[in-house]
Write a protein that binds this ligand. Structure first.
Ligand code: SAM
Length: 298
């Protein structure tokens, strides 16, 4: 089974504008597809890769320019400083989950196969999807469905989830379909379940907070002229990245100096972002929702 097929590989690595001899970071190593390309262009430089999933460590390269850290990218800065790196020339983040995480039986990331309701990327974390479904308040469930899944009718769904868990606690993927299947819009069942699973996954892994903290630290660590390259897979993540690259904050509030010039710390390289072409999508359908954003630190 293939560990992962990287999305927008050439476009994203071109976007890093690699300077041979520079210091680069891949905060979402996975199967190492993006890292492998960086190494090809790196010359005598250094590449540090992060992945919080212990399974990714098996893909680490045996290369003296390469360092793998089994850490959450939320702790980007402290990990780099600890390893003697005080500034970087570029950072790539390819967010979300790998094919391996989706496809490996038993991790519960997808509604397409029954498995225990886990969804932790880092399996030493305490909270699983089952914890959330069985223990969180109805209002908290409605909130994550609404915020992270952008689902209409989130309160009704949360109510059904609570009714179901009072009959029998949630343990496996199929329990979700049994509990809320009747609320799934006709012929849009897959989209509906995908949104429910996405919201649980984001909550289990604190994905939004991790992303924001990493972006702030990336800005701090990047040298002037250094590139920030991020691939997102849904609109929530994309909005955060787009606003941050445009303005340096997550609200997208543009600050201007006395003369009306933007005070954003970045120059946005591809304004609308870059999406995969038809050829890439036919070869790798899971890349269809990818959007690449690139910015250069001023
Ligand atoms: C889409 S995959 C990356 C695939 C990779 N670019 C490749 O070419 O194989 C995302 C990876 O990022 C990791 N990940 C997600 N959030 C993370 C975080 N906060 N800290 C560290 N790793 C994270 C996941 O465990 C997963 O392996």
């Amino acid at each position: 089974m293939v560990y992962h097929i990287p999305a927008l590989l050439r476009e994203s690595i071109d976007g890093l504008n690699i300077r041979p001899g520079g210091v680069y970071v891949d905060v979402t190593f996975g199967g190492g597809g993006h890292s492998g390309e960086i190494l090809k262009r790196l010359g005598e430089g250094r590449l540090v890769a992060f992945d919080q999933d212990e399974d990714a460590a098996a893909n680490a390269f045996d290369d003296e320019r390469f360092l793998f850290l089994d850490q959450n990218f939320r702790f980007l800065k402290s990990n780099l400083l600890f390893n003697g790196i005080s500034s970087i020339d570029g950072l790539i983040a390819d967010l979300g989950v790998s094919f391996h995480q989706f496809d490996e039986p038993g991790r519960g990331f997808t509604f397409r196969q029954d498995a225990p309701l886990d969804m932790r990327m880092n399996r030493s974390g305490k909270v699983t999807a089952a914890t959330i479904l069985n223990e969180w308040d109805e209002a908290e469930l409605a909130e994550i469905l609404y915020r992270y899944g952008e689902i209409t009718g989130s309160r009704r769904i949360a109510k059904e989830l609570v009714t179901a868990r009072n009959r029998k606690p949630f343990t496996s993927v199929i329990d979700i379909m049994d509990a809320i299947g009747k609320l799934a819009p006709f012929r849009q069942e897959h989209k509906f379940y995908a949104k429910v699973f996405q919201s649980l996954r984001i909550a289990v892994n604190h994905e939004m907070d991790n992303l924001k903290e990493m972006l702030v630290q990336a800005l701090d660590m990047l040298n002037p002229g250094g590139r920030l390259v991020v691939i997102t897979y849904h609109s929530l993540e994309d909005r955060i990245v787009k606003n941050f690259m445009k303005t340096g904050n997550f609200e997208g509030m543009e600050e201007k100096d006395f003369y009306g010039n933007s005070e954003s710390p970045f120059l946005v390289v591809a304004k609308k972002g870059i999406i995969p072409g038809g050829e890439e999508i036919s070869a790798n359908n899971r890349a269809r929702s990818a959007r690449l954003r690139i910015a250069e630190k001023k």
